[in-house]
Design a protein around this ligand. Structure first.
Ligand code: SF4
Ligand code: SF4
Length: 253
């Protein structure tokens, strides 16, 4: 906590922002809030604390700004705690960014943990640190079960951007059979980009790619929230990924 706040104070001296806000999840324990308040007082940093409800996806600045009730991402510079710790270490200890906090979990592991790992450490070493596998994993994914990438072997290294390593069991990766759309609208409610995934999927399956583009399919970030919400298990993201590949990528903040 002290390192996060110190790093933030350093950044605030450089950027001179009008306001500094610490965004904490709604369930942030009171004792940690007290520690945060004490660290802020010790560092002499004036900052407010805003609570927000965690939901996927909040990876992009616009999505986090919305969760915090900020007018938009354009006036806000959003920094992760790990970046602030790296800044603190670089300035206060002359230490290069050589370590990364990584969440290691998934149903195939004996236990889950947040580990501080040297960049370059094979992910197999992190799994060993968690007691190894309880059962053979079906997939090992880096970062997110919805949007992360699968790794081929345990020698893949931790990089500067690795946040999580997930050893997913067959039960966790099992795909339910697809059923017909029941027009429930759950995908529309889940989409942070205000798209209509149901309509886009229907258009793409009918070969109406131009109409899907006109309705904003290129804005899809591939977050997977619509497919996760869909009770009929329609593989919406796969349809959008293929379409975005054809129209030249995605658009986000
Ligand atoms: S994958 Fe695309 S369409 Fe689905 S919720 Fe995310 S942004 Fe919306
Ligand atoms: S969530 Fe699934 S079933 Fe419901 S409207 Fe969207 S595509 Fe159809």
């Amino acid at each position: 906590m002290d390192e996060v706040v110190d790093g933030c104070a350093m950044l605030a001296r450089i950027l001179e922002p009008r306001n500094v806000t610490f965004a904490v999840e709604a369930g942030f324990p009171p004792e940690r809030l007290e520690r945060l308040a004490k660290a802020l007082a010790d560092a002499g940093l004036e900052a407010s604390v805003a609570r927000f409800r965690r939901r996927h996806p909040q990876d992009f600045p616009g999505q986090l700004a919305e969760a915090l009730g900020l007018p938009g991402p354009s006036g806000a510079f959003i920094v992760e705690p790990t970046t602030l710790v790296a800044l603190h270490d670089a300035v206060a200890s002359n230490k290069a960014h050589i370590e990364q906090f990584v969440f290691v979990g998934g149903g195939s592991l004996k236990r889950q943990a947040v580990l501080k790992a040297r960049i370059g450490t094979p992910i197999g070493d992190l799994i060993e640190e968690c007691g190894g596998f309880m059962r053979p994993p079906d997939r090992i994914v880096v970062d997110s079960p919805l949007t992360g990438s699968e790794v081929a072997d345990l020698d893949a290294p931790v990089t500067r951007t690795t946040r999580a390593v997930l050893a997913l069991s067959a039960e966790e990766t099992r795909r339910a059979p697809e059923r017909a759309c029941v027009r429930c609208g759950a995908c529309v409610r889940a989409c942070p980009e205000r798209l209509d995934p149901h309509m886009l999927g229907k258009l793409l399956r009918a070969g109406e790619a131009a109409e899907a583009v006109a309705r904003g399919v290129a804005k899809c970030t591939g977050c997977g929230a619509c497919a996760y919400a869909c009770p009929s298990r329609i593989p919406l993201v796969e349809l959008f990924d293929a379409a975005r590949g054809k129209v030249g990528g995605q658009v986000h903040d």
